[in-house]
Design a protein around this ligand. Structure first.
Ligand code: ATP
Ligand code: MG
Length: 871
């Protein structure tokens, strides 16, 4: 069965059990402070488990894109080395939000695998939770009893807390689980060693395929468990592993999920898969990583230097480096795989098809730049090797190469071993650890448990589109402490006018009125698991009271101006540059706005002008806001709105219209475009291949901008004695300056020429050497010319020149090449030794060297010492 059909069968099966089929949520998480990537199928549904949002469908099934490369679930280092862990993989899931529980979950999993897919039940094992004393949890008898109906008791294994108690993170929803394992070894091997003894032992053919999690607890900050308001089912089956089983393969990479990619790598790099373990690993790494990177870019996450973008860059670099070392590639080639990938995965994940060009360009550019880094690193490493005494390179040096230049450490180790040298790995690890500790200490956030004051079932209402003030109750609060921000209180209200950071727009600031006319500042607002969280500097003395909360109006207004301008800018870019322009990210602050979009070349001055004019024309036309709340997605699309890939939309959406500009948007906007006053682009740049960034300002900020520019202009004019045409005056001054510089240069050259004539007569012949040591008043460039001129005119020359400039001393030594050889003289040694007299040092070549120092007083002494080298 083809992989496409396997995925469909799963979804169809659970649809037949009354599950709604939903598409995969984005793999890259935006606005989630606790997680960078979706690392399990349950992530998009977290808030349902926590009881912070009510599910519209109580039964759901999906295939979720997951990425396990950071945090609690990190498989990166295994990937490629083994045959069943990937960075990006699909997790097939069926979900019950407070609906069915263990019985159905177990019965249906069995029915699907054994009755529908016809997997031989003699190669299946299941595990149940054995209990954990420290948590007060006993053996999962219930799950055991349900399994017993399907499978013989000796195939049911007790699992410990590590394997059979699923937790999302240190805190949060969790519960016991039952795993299903398959043994796909040959009958011969099975006869030799029992499969049961290999379960959870990292055997590549006895692997876990499906995990059924019975969510019923919440892990609190103090480590204790509390019962969740309802019981849920969360299952996750590795799609690629299931394909391996059904296609009778021994490795995920031999299924049709990967073979097209592997064939392509073989052809491009002229290597065969399956002949040499090192080459195989490299090919697996590349075919795996290209998927992770492509899906991340399709979700809007470009490789970059920090956060999620940095993780993506590192994954891609790992692939490039494996190609470079084991497949001998030194030209970009991974980008070429995108064609095949989008053909194969595009039907189920349309984002790959739609963004193919962008993904290809970005990967190619990254490949180019990392290959340059590798070249550079190789040169640096040669330098390190040359300066290393003995056969071991210090961990510190290797760490520098890794940390500053991004040169992979395993490559350093490999190259060293090829040259018969070693790397001090302990030293490297300790440097790495030191750095990790530094950043960890800075990032530690301690989060207390929520103190729930009013358990109101209703979702917290956002009323900030209509008002900036409200009377509210605090429904829950908790304290968070971090090095960066100190102690803050996170408050949740029953309803709130504060806009939480999201859709590129910053969170609102403002304050709470407390007793006696005092206030508590709210420094930020964010959304977490569907709760709107206000970051307050303090907690009211009696948090159970009712409070007035007020949003900072000025900041909100400026932000709204920038947000509306962002929409107009988007429209302008599509109008001026073409409809290939798509939003790739935005940041709307009160001070300015930033808009990233796909486009392949730098914007010309005329284009920028046209874009600005387009936006300003709409501001001048005084277009009123039309807001559509809670309309069905189709209605919004009919109005002309565009859905963005990598965004998660609800069942109903909000659309914002200003004339022809229609966008799906949850942000806050001005009532009329004329409120914006004026729009001004402040910069345009590239942030990746095919992605440009515009930064711009509006309203008061443009007033300040023009005011500042104007002031600078008048200051310049003033300085130029009120010239009528300051630009021309500056150009004239520059021309004059250039010609004066030329004149000085010529004068100096003449001076040196005359000097040469004089100096020839001062040379003394000593022991067959023509010797001269003298202090001169010339710049360093002229001295160099003079030395070589004299060297051409006089044979067997030993010349030492001292100069003084701006309180510093310089020595220059020139020795004719034949003398260097015959008399074993070395200009480098001369300046290094005599340099001590001017409290400095230097070096160079045997026939020409210079030294600089802090002590001009020492010049005379140095000159008088010079003779000793030739007598
Ligand atoms: P393993 O012990 O094999 O790493 P896990 O315990 O980490 O698995 P879960 O977190 O329970 O796995 O995830 C549910 C299912 O997702 C697993 O049963 C497996 O089929 C699949 N899976 C987990 N990690 C990966 C991965 N890195 N690549 C591919 N599939 C995976
Ligand atoms: Mg794992």
């Amino acid at each position: 069965m083809k992989s496409q059909e396997i995925r469909q069968q799963f979804l169809d099966f659970f649809a037949s059990k009354k599950h709604a089929i939903v598409p995969s949520a984005p793999m890259v998480l935006k606005n989630d402070p606790t997680l960078m990537f979706t690392n399990a199928g349950m992530v998009p549904f977290k808030e349902y488990f926590l009881g912070q949002k009510n599910a519209t469908n109580k039964r759901v099934t999906d295939s979720q894109k997951c990425l396990r490369v950071s945090g609690k679930h990190n498989d990166l280092e295994e990937v490629g080395k083994d045959t069943y862990h990937h960075t990006m993989f699909e997790m097939l899931g069926n979900w019950s939000f407070g609906d069915y529980f263990k019985k159905e979950a177990i019965d249906w999993a069995w029915e699907f695998l054994v009755d529908i897919l016809k997997i031989d039940k003699d190669c299946l094992y299941v595990s149940v939770f054995e209990g954990a004393k420290e948590d007060g949890l006993g053996f999962d008898q219930e799950a055991f009893d349900y399994w017993k109906k399907h499978i013989s008791e000796d195939r049911i294994i007790n699992g410990n807390k590590k394997d059979n108690f699923w937790e999302m993170g240190a805190q949060g929803p969790c519960g016991p689980c039952s795993e299903i394992h398959v043994d796909i070894r040959s009958a011969e091997e099975k006869a030799k060693v029992s499969g049961k003894s290999l379960v959870n032992m990292d055997h590549p053919q006895v692997v876990e395929i499906w995990n059924l999690v019975f969510m019923e607890f919440n892990r609190k900050a103090d480590g204790s468990l509390e019962k969740l308001p309802a019981q849920h089912v969360d299952t996750g089956m590795g799609f690629e592993r299931l394909c391996m089983v059904l296609q009778n393969k021994q490795s995920n990479y031999d299924t049709d999920v990967f073979t097209p990619l592997i064939r392509e790598v073989e052809t491009i790099t002229d290597n065969d898969y399956g002949k040499n373990e090192e080459i195989d690993i490299a090919i697996r790494v590349i075919s795996d990583h290209v998927r992770a990177v492509a899906f991340a870019i399709a979700d809007g996450q470009l490789p970059s230097n920090n956060g999620a973008g940095y993780v993506i860059r590192r994954i891609l670099r790992r692939a490039i480096r494996y190609g470079f070392t084991f497949l001998n590639t030194n030209e970009p080639f991974i980008y070429k795989l995108i064609n095949t990938l989008s053909k194969q995965m595009g039907p189920y994940f349309p984002e790959l098809k739609a963004q193919k060009q962008l993904i290809t360009n970005v990967i190619k550019e990254e490949e180019n730049s990392f290959l340059r880094t590798l070249d550079q690193g190789l040169v640096l490493l040669d330098g390190i090797i040359a300066n290393t005494k003995g056969a071991e390179v210090s961990g510190k040096k290797a760490f520098e190469l890794y940390d500053t230049y991004g040169f992979p450490i395993d490559l350093t180790a490999l190259i060293l071993s090829e040259k018969g040298m070693t790397l001090n790995e302990e030293g490297f690890k300790s440097e790495l650890e030191k750095q990790k500790n530094r950043s960890r200490a800075a990032a530690v956030v301690e989060t207390d448990d929520w103190v729930v004051l009013y358990d109101d079932d209703d979702e917290e209402e956002f009323i900030g589109y209509d008002t900036l003030k409200a009377k509210v109750k605090i429904t829950r609060y908790r304290k968070v402490s971090s090095k960066k921000d100190g102690d803050l209180y996170q408050l949740v209200f029953n309803m709130t006018p504060f806009y939480p950071e999201g859709g590129g727009q910053v969170g609102d600031k403002g304050y709470i009125e407390v007793a006696n006319g005092n206030i508590i500042y709210i420094v930020n607002t964010k959304k977490e698991n569907n709760l709107i969280i206000h970051f307050a500097e303090n907690l009211p003395k009696d948090p159970t009271q009712t409070f007035n909360v007020i949003v900072d109006e000025k900041q909100r207004f400026r932000t709204a101006c920038n947000h509306t301008a962002t929409h107009l800018l988007h429209q302008a870019l599509r109008e001026v540059l073409g409809t290939h322009v798509e939003q790739k990210g935005s940041a709307v602050h009160s001070k300015n706005l930033r808009f990233d979009f796909s486009h392949f070349s730098k914007l010309s001055v005329d284009e920028l002008r046209e874009v600005e004019d387009f936006v300003n024309a709409r501001i001048d036309s005084k277009i009123p806001l039309k807001e559509f709340r809670n309309i069905p997605m189709e209605t919004a699309l009919e109005k002309g709105a565009m859905a963005l890939f990598g965004e998660k939309y609800g069942d109903t959406v909000r659309a914002i219209q200003f004339g022809q500009s229609v966008e799906l948007c949850g942000g806050t906007h001005v009532q009329n475009t004329s409120d914006i006053w004026h729009f001004k682009i402040t910069s345009e740049s590239a942030i990746a291949a095919g992605v440009r960034r515009i930064e711009a300002i509006t309203s008061d900020a443009t007033k300040d901008f023009y005011f500042e520019n104007n002031r600078a202009f008048f200051e310049i004019k003033d300085y130029l004695k009120n010239s009528k045409n300051p630009l021309k005056t500056i150009i004239d001054l520059q021309d004059e300056n250039t010609s004066l510089k030329k004149q000085i240069e010529n004068l100096l050259k003449d001076k040196a020429k005359n000097l040469k004539g004089d100096l020839i007569h001062e040379v003394e012949a000593i022991n067959g050497v023509n010797f001269l040591a003298k202090k001169l008043d010339l710049d360093q460039n002229s001295i160099k010319d003079l030395c070589f001129d004299l060297g051409n005119a006089i044979d067997n020359l030993f010349l030492l020149v001292g100069t003084e400039s701006e309180g510093k001393a310089f020595l220059t030594c020139f020795i004719s090449k034949n003398l260097v050889a015959e008399k074993n003289l070395n200009a480098g040694t001369v300046v290094r030794e005599l340099g001590k007299l001017i409290q400095g040092g230097g070096g160079g070549q045997p026939f020409y060297a210079t030294a600089g120092g802090r002590n001009p007083e020492g010049i005379e002494k140095a000159l008088s010492e010079a003779k000793r080298y030739i007598v």
